[in-house]
Ligand binder design. Structure first.
Ligand code: ADP
Ligand code: MG
Ligand code: MG
Ligand code: MG
Length: 403
């Protein structure tokens, strides 16, 4: 029928499709459909039944990305990658991602649990809210999904098959260009304000920084350590005070573990950099910033402990589990990578193509510039530190001395 061949769905067609989920909506339910995505890469339809109060999300991939007025072709296969990653993550970290009800390969769409009772964490943090369960939940999500998809936590031949299933070249190229290249060159993709042109130029002229970014970029290109979420910023996390749900793993691929951990840390620190604008009262600002830094510390510490506990209990690799000093070596490398990738992710959000609302929505130009410079200083310092790091406290000290 006309629904089955690929085309971007209308709101009405999304309703028709959602009726195919067995026993979800009552027969004859009057359904409403609204497209709520930002429309750059994907369509996101919210289907609701006012009578039963039930809802579904239908997310459909578009075959292109709208970027700086141009259209970049982007494989629809990422819808498969997203739905398969969500299903696997729900097995490894139960309850921390939306349930997938259906995936349709031809239409490149996933029907999933409606999380409209949650808020996107980036917005929640801009609004000054604290999330007491977040550090616990995100550290569990990362430790479980990353350990059990790595060569430490699964059969190493099965892992190679899984690497193949998650080859994701189009989405990886976005990361390789926008995070690990453009900000350090004179690229037309860059997007920074004239007020910080000197700081952007400094990024292009810092040889020591380029060496560190080249090393981190190579890890992203080659280190098939674990199945990453791949886009784990605070816009990919739905939260309430009691609940955490990670969404949007369309960038999932086998890469370096620190890339996911670093994404979480970077986005908390980007919020930190913007908060001087969002919270005017000095004592409240200090309290919220110390909450954010405490979260960074807690997320790393809990992740390290949980990953270490899985290592002790489930390590399938004979030498990795018996060679003395190896666990400490491995986890220290994860810390170093996390700090380095966090720095790269902060820098790209200031001078690169895609920015964050925590800073971009600051209306006062002078305040926005201050936040941008602070984020750049923290980001570049983290990158310079990364291979020397032995403790998360060094990253926290960088933030405190830059503030
Ligand atoms: P994209 O890959 O295009 O960024 P996302 O998966 O991040 O798409 O979804 C875009 C927006 O759609 C989210 O910010 C959120 O507002 C909404 N959304 C996505 N998934 C859900 C869901 N499961 N429940 C409720 N809203 C959702
Ligand atoms: Mg989006
Ligand atoms: Mg996405
Ligand atoms: Mg998204």
């Amino acid at each position: 029928d006309k629904l089955s061949a690929y085309h971007p769905l209308t709101e009405q067609e999304a309703i028709e499709f959602s009726r195919s989920i067995p026993e979800f909506f009552p027969a004859g339910a009057v359904l409403t459909s609204r497209e709520i995505g930002d429309g750059n890469l994907n369509l996101v339809f919210h289907i609701t039944d006012a009578a039963s109060g039930k809802g579904l999300i239908v997310k459909q991939a578009l075959p292109y990305a709208k970027v700086v007025g141009e259209s970049w072709p982007l494989t629809l296969d990422r819808a498969r990658i997203e739905s398969e990653a969500l299903i696997l993550q729900n097995e490894l970290a139960p309850g921390l991602v939306p349930t997938v009800y259906k995936y349709d390969a031809e239409l490149a769409l996933t029907v999933m649990e409606d999380l409209s009772d949650h808020v996107i964490m980036r917005q929640g943090l801009v609004d000054g809210n604290k999330y007491p369960k977040f550090a616990e939940d995100i550290s569990t999500f990362m430790a479980n999904t990353l350990f059990f998809t790595s060569d430490l936590g699964m059969n190493q031949q099965d892992k190679k098959e899984r690497v193949k299933a998650f080859i994701n070249p189009d989405l990886c190229k976005i990361t390789e260009d926008l995070i690990f290249d453009d900000p350090y060159t004179d690229s037309p993709n860059n997007n920074f304000e004239a007020a910080i042109a000197d700081a952007a130029e400094a990024l292009r002229n810092d040889d020591a920084l380029h060496l560190e970014v080249a090393i981190l970029r190579n890890k992203f290109l080659t280190n098939a350590q674990a199945l990453l979420h791949g886009d784990l910023h605070t816009g990919s996390v739905f939260v309430t005070a009691q609940s955490t749900k990670v969404i949007d793993p369309e960038f999932a691929y086998y890469g370096p573990i620190g890339f996911d951990v670093g994404a979480v840390i970077a986005n908390l620190l980007l919020n930190y950099a913007g908060q001087a604008h969002w919270i005017k009262d000095e004592a409240e600002l200090a309290d919220f910033r110390s909450y954010l830094l405490g979260s960074v510390r807690e997320i790393w510490t809990k992740f390290e402990n949980k990953f270490g506990a899985l290592w002790d209990e489930h390590n399938a690799d004979r030498l990795a589990s018996s060679a003395s000093g190896y666990k400490q070596y491995y986890i220290n490398k994860l810390l170093q990578d996390s700090i380095g990738f966090a720095g790269c992710k902060m820098v790209r959000r200031i001078v690169g193509l895609a920015h964050v609302a925590d800073i971009d929505r600051i209306e006062d130009a002078a305040e926005r510039e201050k936040a941008q410079r602070l984020a750049l200083e923290i980001g570049t310092s983290l990158i310079h530190l990364n291979r020397q790091a032995i403790s998360i406290e060094q990253a926290i000290d960088i933030v405190l001395s830059a503030t």
